[in-house]
Design a protein around this ligand. Structure first.
Ligand code: TXA
Ligand code: MG
Length: 336
């Protein structure tokens, strides 16, 4: 059984941070919270340790890992170019959920970047992650701490249930506040390009560096050379078949009438926690603002996925820039 240790997210216990850093220093794997989702960390400069991440997740070797730092200046040391856009974005969004893809320096082992000449770097906005990174003194390669193609973890319990083996220690810092992964922005190809939508919106990035290209959604890996291997149509999947419905209530009724076992991810207009009408099936309510919706989305999907259901009906969320990453994840979760 993987050891799970509680950590105070506002005042991480030094003894625990030191123990986790020691595990990482000796080449082990530690799962830790970030502001987005839990990461599965290894010493990014130790190829053998990084190899264990790919094994534990069942991750294909062609999917590169993000490298995490506590200090923006240290991130500059693993890239060979630090354009003015990187400096501006780092100053505005770090620590925070933005990953910058830049030409990699030789110090980064090829396994981290899946052989690519670029590396994704970010400084996470989570005190446990930052103190762990500072105690290590080396950067951490960390993908989301879930088995490949499953829903990302927003709690230590999600990690424990998704990754049964190969993780030496899980730091339980409570539920993550952001709930969706970081935005991945390519700054290595001349034209800034969003490779993965995330918690930092396109509008927020464009306010700092001007126009950026947006991702082509639902790329089919058999027909396209992928700019970012993680950007495949099917990803982040629950076990049950997920359907996005303009009128979820109707779709739920229809499926129940046909004898199907259904769960419902319901969009509520009321404040989180307020009373809502009874649902005819297992149901999780998410509020109608994008920040709280993002925070609760993966947890809701994890919960519904534990039910003996064949379908998850999701009320279609509103449109607009702050909802773009949410639509992206729901579309992927619904892809078959
Ligand atoms: O919020 C996050 O980004 C979380 C936390 C733990 O930091 N990490 C995360 O990592 O979501 P992962 O491995 O699940 O997703 C990383 C994404 C993948 O789509 C990967 O293909 C892309 O970033 N990526 C990483 N390095 C890249 C590179 N050098 N070039 C292009 N894409 C890259
Ligand atoms: Mg992931």
């Amino acid at each position: 059984m993987t050891r799970v240790v509680q950590v105070d997210p506002f005042a991480p216990q030094l003894a625990v941070i030191r123990e986790a850093a020691a595990v990482l220093r000796s080449g082990g794997l530690v799962a830790f919270p970030t502001e987005t989702v839990y990461g599965l960390g290894a010493n990014a400069l130790d190829a053998a340790a990084v190899e264990k991440i790919f094994q534990a997740k069942g991750r294909p070797a062609n999917n590169p890992l993000i490298v995490h730092f506590s200090d923006p200046a240290a991130a500059e040391c693993v890239v060979t170019d630090w354009p003015s856009e990187a400096a501006l974005l780092a100053a505005r969004f770090w620590p925070g959920p933005l990953t910058l893809v830049l030409p990699k320096a030789d110090i980064v082992p090829g396994i981290v970047t899946a052989g690519s000449a670029t590396v994704g770097v970010r400084v996470p906005a989570n005190l446990i992650a930052l103190e762990l990174l500072a105690a290590c003194g080396f950067p951490l390669a960390a993908p989301s701490a879930n088995a490949t193609n499953r829903i990302s973890p927003t709690s230590a319990d999600h990690v424990r249930r998704s990754l049964a083996e190969g993780v030496d220690l899980i730091l339980d810092g409570g539920p993550t506040t952001g709930g969706l992964e970081s935005t991945v922005l390519d700054l290595a190809s001349g034209h800034p390009r969003i490779l993965r939508l995330g918690l930092v919106t396109q509008e927020q990035i464009e306010a700092v560096i001007g126009p950026v290209e947006t991702p082509r959604l639902n790329l089919d890996p058999s027909r396209h050379a992928l700019p970012s291997p993680g950007v495949t149509a099917r990803h982040y999947s629950p076990r049950a078949r997920l359907e996005i419905a303009v009128n979820g209530a109707n779709r739920v009724r229809e499926l129940l009438a046909a004898g199907a076992r259904v769960g419902w991810l319901r969009l509520t207009d009321v404040e989180a926690g307020a009373a809502t009408s009874a649902a005819p099936c297992p149901c999780v309510d998410l509020p109608g603002d994008p920040v709280h919706y993002a925070r609760g989305l993966y947890s809701a999907l994890h919960r519904l996925d534990e039910e003996p259901i064949e379908y998850i009906v999701v009320d279609q969320p509103p449109q607009g820039s702050p909802w773009a990453a949410i639509h992206d994840r729901l579309r992927r979760a619904s892809a078959r």
